[in-house]
Design a binder for this molecule. Structure first.
Ligand SMILES: [Zn+2]
Length: 274
């Protein structure tokens, strides 16, 4: 049986990019889609919601999925064979609403054939989220464009031609068509293809359940199964799939959780349990 230490509550240090704040005796709040880090000496294992994994760089990293409902989450770490726990509160959904107008309504209100295609693609893509292997990355990740403009809209609730659609689970970076797209870390090409919504797309597996994604490319320069190195050119910016202009949609799933990729590029902004 698990043993629980008395350390149920921990304060969270406010992070630059997140308005989380620590309160003694109360769980601190993070937005859905955040990553939380818990550092310490001699961490043996990390755990959350029944899952367990090894520390990375000596610390426990807890990716919290964008669609996690508001409420408390218990985080665990094992030291000297003992479980210690901390609690964070996932706040209510804080992201903006975005209205997008597309000339081509067939990419919003799908035909039966397109719906079937999307179902097939989603099944193929969904199998990636359970991939696990030894970590081949460290934070921060490398920028996916040589010069990374401001960008984002991670989490935006989206309406296409007035119809509500899935929230935005990545960050958008405007760049000229043809701009080289670079691998964010060492890894392997888990999937490469041309998909209905994301267009020409690459999914890289960096181990430890971390996958990064590069969507709407004009050109894909690697194939499924290819090894890649951080900073290596893997494709070019485009506007394939459902896009209103050339940009890179860059996204990350970590152990299945859709997280804000900006945090992985700028880990100083990751809220920390102290
Ligand atoms: Zn996007």
């Amino acid at each position: 049986m698990r043993r629980r230490s008395s350390r149920l509550l921990a304060a969270l240090i406010p992070a630059a990019a997140l308005s989380s704040a620590g309160f003694a005796g109360e769980a601190a709040e993070v937005p859905p889609g955040a990553v939380v880090v818990w550092r310490g000496d001699g961490i043996e294992r990390c755990g959350m919601a029944g899952g367990k994994w090894d520390p990375l760089d000596g610390a426990c990293w807890y990716p919290i999925d964008l669609l996690t409902p508001a409420g408390d989450l218990e985080l665990g770490r094992w030291r000297g064979g003992r479980l210690e726990t901390a609690r964070v509160r996932v706040g209510s959904y804080p992201y903006e609403v975005q209205h997008i107008r597309l000339e081509d309504d067939s990419r919003v209100n799908l035909s039966a054939a397109d719906l079937e295609r999307v179902r097939r693609e989603n099944a193929l893509i969904g199998r990636l989220w359970s991939r696990r292997g030894p970590a081949r990355f460290r934070l921060p990740l490398a920028a996916p464009l040589e010069s990374l403009p401001g960008g984002g809209r991670f989490g935006a609730r989206r309406f296409f031609n007035g119809a509500p659609r899935s929230p935005h689970s990545g960050a958008d970076f405007a760049a000229k068509a043809g701009t080289p797209v670079l691998a964010a870390a060492d890894g392997v090409v888990a999937l490469a293809g041309d998909f209905f919504f994301s267009g020409r797309s690459l999914f890289l597996d960096h181990g430890d359940g971390l996958l990064t994604m590069y969507f709407h490319l004009s050109e894909v320069g690697v194939e499924q199964g290819d090894p890649v190195l951080a900073g290596q050119q893997i494709g070019r910016v485009g506007q394939s799939g459902r896009a209103t202009g050339p940009h890179l949609h860059f996204a990350a799933r970590w152990r299945g959780a859709r997280v804000d990729p900006a945090l992985l590029l700028e880990p100083a902004a990751i809220p920390e349990i102290r």
